[in-house]
Design a protein. Structure first.
Length: 152
């Protein structure tokens, strides 16, 4: 068995990454990057859903004419508006941490679009595809752990 090399590096909060690794091992949990990050309390660097999705919408707006059309960008902005209203109505908050997105959130948003905006199935699926693209973007940027909520 290999001996572990101790690297003198600490997280910004002063908690040792190695201590977090050891704690995960003691709890019989797999010491992945995301588990260590969560254990170190990355709340200060936690990204918020609507804030990051708003930035993503602006990024998509810059691509109009080169990669996508204005119609596609309008879908992203419409989804941002629907998500903002949904979070305020259901959760009573202005924004949610990106890590809290799960199947229940997506299903609730889908139902909300069907009922509050009389969005038919194809329209709701098109908007949910925009959300799926954002979730994949967040996973690639390592903002959230890989989650399987879209089977489209």
């Amino acid at each position: 068995m290999r001996s572990r090399v101790r690297v003198p590096f600490s997280a910004p909060e002063g908690s040792s990454i190695l201590a977090a690794y050891d704690r995960l091992i003691q709890e019989n949990r797999t010491p992945t990057y995301f588990a260590v990050k969560q254990l170190l309390g990355s709340a200060s660097s936690s990204r918020m859903l609507l804030a990051e999705f708003g930035k993503y919408c602006e990024k998509r707006q810059q691509e109009v004419g080169t990669r996508i059309t204005q119609f596609t960008t309008n879908k992203y902005h419409r989804l941002l508006r629907y998500m903002t209203e949904y979070i305020r109505q259901v959760y009573g908050k202005e924004d949610l941490p990106l890590e809290t997105i799960d199947y229940a959130y997506v299903d609730g948003l889908n139902t909300y679009m069907h009922t509050a905006y009389n969005c038919h199935n194809n329209g709701a699926v098109n908007l949910l595809c925009c959300l799926k693209n954002f979730i994949l973007y967040a996973i690639r940027n390592e903002w959230i752990e890989k989650i399987v909520i879209f089977v489209m």
